[in-house]
Design a protein around this ligand. Structure first.
Ligand code: CO
Length: 459
């Protein structure tokens, strides 16, 4: 049996441990080694990398991608995409989604992992369709969550719907690291029995389950697992690549990843990790094991958000009440997976309910649009009482929200004019308008400086 590895150091590990602040120049020298390590794919783009490049690193995310592509001609490059939300949280019109995917593939992406926060298949179908049209690999994704309505039958049903879109693989995405070894084993077994495409497993070490869960998932037949090179592994990041390679080879699995090259890659990243620890960018807390998420069945990040929210309002004594209210709000909303932005919406609403001393006295704008159906189909039934409170006698919208949106590319192009030098710029602007415009201005200023300098030299 063969087990393939996706290395996450450039994207998820970078994002989970150091808020995606690793500049391209830091990891450029190791790309050649990453390309030779025998990984099935390198997750290197999408998620928060795009935003971070523009906002903090003064990098053109597209240029980063092209440079990685150039340095890694032999390994598949992978990105994470939030379906109709692309890299953000709002719905984009279909022409924008298609252009974004076309340009991602043109600039070097081979595999696009496509998910929707609510597991609403309608929110990933256009992205999957365009990925396939561009000749790339679409990895349809199931956001893993635990609730009374999420069971093996439902996950199998969802996987079949996703497979019917024509994806080349299905990924189980456990963003909170709450999938136990037993749950992982049962789920992979069930999927392997019911769908034909390879199964990918993505988890986080947050609660300490990660290694055990991946091992059991492999035993159940998982084809690809996500891991991070050891000095950027653990805690809120993925389980360590080298440890998994060591273990799986001992069990006789066929693994292409080369331990010697891994050692070189890890040695390369050690000083980067040390620098991040020194500067405080890497907080030792995120590298530890946080088991509270297992008790409350909510992601670790959500728990720390709740604590921060209450502390800011001097109401930390209400934490227990908020923790009791959180699952009730989630139930009222039809058990959405607790991934951004649902985790924030549920947490903020639970806090508001407790602090006001009355449930749903104040309802956030986001919860209102969720109940109106603007995020997609809730996984379960939304409380009728709450629906009535928000909508009155109106019916919620049940269509695909992107169908209500006017095309976006031409308008953005017209607005930007000369500021955009290519279609990639237009897409950067649509994804993160303020950050992209600031980036274009800086780039133009730099260009003028270089130009003046060139003229001076000729004189
Ligand atoms: Co992740």
């Amino acid at each position: 049996m063969k087990v393939n590895f996706t290395e996450t150091v450039l994207r998820d590990a970078n994002q989970s441990l150091i808020a995606t602040r690793m500049p391209f120049s830091d990891f450029k020298p190791v790309l050649e080694k990453l390309d030779k390590a025998g990984y099935y794919s390198l997750e290197c783009w999408g998620g928060a990398t795009f935003d971070s490049c523009l906002r903090y690193l003064n990098e053109d995310p597209w240029e980063r991608l092209r440079n990685i592509r150039k340095a890694c001609p032999n390994t598949k490059l992978q990105m994470l995409l939030r379906g109709q939300n692309l890299l953000g949280y709002k719905h984009y019109p279909d022409d924008v989604v298609r252009a974004f995917i076309r340009k991602s593939v043109e600039n070097g992406i081979d595999i696009i992992r496509i998910f929707d926060a609510l597991n609403d298949v309608r929110n990933i179908e256009v992205a999957v369709d365009e990925t396939l049209k561009c000749g790339a690999h679409a990895s349809g994704t199931i956001c893993y969550t635990i609730s009374p309505i999420h069971n093996l039958d439902n996950y199998v049903k969802l996987a079949k719907q996703i497979e019917a879109l024509g994806v080349q693989s299905i990924c189980i995405k456990d963003m909170a690291g709450i999938m136990s070894p037993k749950e992982g084993y049962d789920l992979v077994k069930a999927l392997k029995a019911n769908v034909k495409v390879p199964i990918v497993v993505h988890t986080h070490s947050t609660t300490g389950l990660g290694f055990m869960t991946l091992l059991k998932c492999v035993e159940a037949g998982a084809d690809v697992i996500d891991s991070a090179i050891s000095c950027f592994s653990g805690g809120t990041s993925q389980p360590a690549t080298e440890t998994l390679v060591y273990t799986l080879k001992q069990y006789g699995y066929e693994v292409d990843v080369d331990e010697k090259v891994c050692k070189e890659i890890n040695d390369f990243f050690k000083p980067i990790r040390a620098k991040a620890l020194d500067s405080g960018l890497l907080n030792p807390v995120v590298m530890g094991t946080q088991t509270d998420a297992l008790i409350y069945q909510i992601p670790g990040g959500m728990l720390s958000n709740l604590v921060a929210q209450l502390t800011a309002q001097n109401k930390l004594d209400k934490l227990d009440e908020v923790l009791l209210e959180t699952p009730r709000v989630r139930e009222d909303l039809g058990y959405p997976p607790l991934v951004t932005p649902m985790s924030q919406m549920v947490g903020v609403q639970a806090t508001a309910n407790v602090l006001a001393g009355e449930r749903y006295k104040n309802i956030s704008k986001e919860v209102k649009s969720y109940i109106k159906g603007e995020y997609g189909q809730a996984p379960g039934k939304v409380s009728e009482e709450l629906q009535k409170l928000v909508l009155g006698d109106e019916k919620p919208f049940t269509g695909r929200f992107a169908d209500t949106l006017a095309p976006g590319m031409e308008e953005a192009k017209a607005y930007l004019g000369d500021k955009a030098t290519c279609e990639e710029d237009v897409l950067s602007y649509i994804a993160f308008p303020t950050q992209a415009e600031a980036f274009f201005e800086k780039r133009e200023a730099d260009r003028k400086n270089t130009f003046a300098y060139t003229i001076k030299r000729i004189d």
